[in-house]
Design a protein around this ligand. Structure first.
Ligand code: AMP
Length: 190
């Protein structure tokens, strides 16, 4: 079972991904976490990605498709993965479709966590106080939201045209949103 979580920064993909991972017994894979880890360890990948990430811009499609391939080749990922924020451009969506197809797999569902901008900005400000992520400062957040609108929002339409997009209203208590996710996946037979 392969499930992709999409939505703007601060939409709750990480929180809901962790809950889904527990209930479905699948690993989660978040490119943002993998890249942050690479930056903090100073690996070649981290050195390549650092400046782009701190500015709130998107890392190249080539790098992202490389890390998705590595993830899919892990034995622990053989039964499916909850992909959190892994696809943010149309070339990434196309590349991921090919990588999965090569392994006889496809995305079973794409969940879009829908949250209004005003709520997003408040959530990221709170997260900044807790986690201190450098790309949560106001200038980088503005760039991240712009990258999301320009490059990631069109990907939603791409998935919608393939019939795999499920919209989850994602404002409210975490448990209520988790219930919406479970119901949506059950309705879809996932
Ligand atoms: P996140 O924690 O998901 O907000 O990701 C943090 C940063 O990592 C983003 O602002 C991007 O710079 C980079 N990143 C994560 N995933 C991707 C992706 N699929 N495509 C391009 N850049 C990404």
């Amino acid at each position: 079972m392969d499930i992709l979580l999409m939505g703007p920064p601060g939409a709750g993909k990480g929180t809901q991904g962790a809950l889904l991972s527990e209930s479905m017994g699948l690993p989660t894979f978040a490119t943002g976490n993998l890249l942050r880890d690479a930056v903090s360890r100073g690996t070649p990948l981290g050195l390549q990605a650092r400046a782009v990430m701190e500015a709130g811009k998107l890392v190249s499609d080539e790098i992202i498709l490389g890390v998705i391939r590595d993830e899919l080749d892990r034995p622990a990922a053989a039964g499916g993965v909850i992909f959190d924020g892994v696809v943010r451009t149309i070339p990434q969506a196309e590349g991921m479709e090919r990588l999965l197809a090569d392994r006889g797999r496809k995305l079973n569902a794409v969940l879009f966590f829908d949250v209004p901008d005003a709520e997003i900005i408040g959530r990221i400000e709170r997260r900044r106080g807790i986690e201190g992520r450098p790309d949560d400062d106001p200038a980088a957040v503005a760039t991240r939201l712009q990258s999301y609108r320009d490059q990631t929002a069109p990907v939603l339409a791409w998935y919608e045209s393939r019939g795999s997009l499920i919209r989850i209203p994602a404002v409210g208590p975490v448990d209520d949103i988790a219930t919406r996710v479970r119901r949506a996946l059950a309705l879809q037979g996932t």
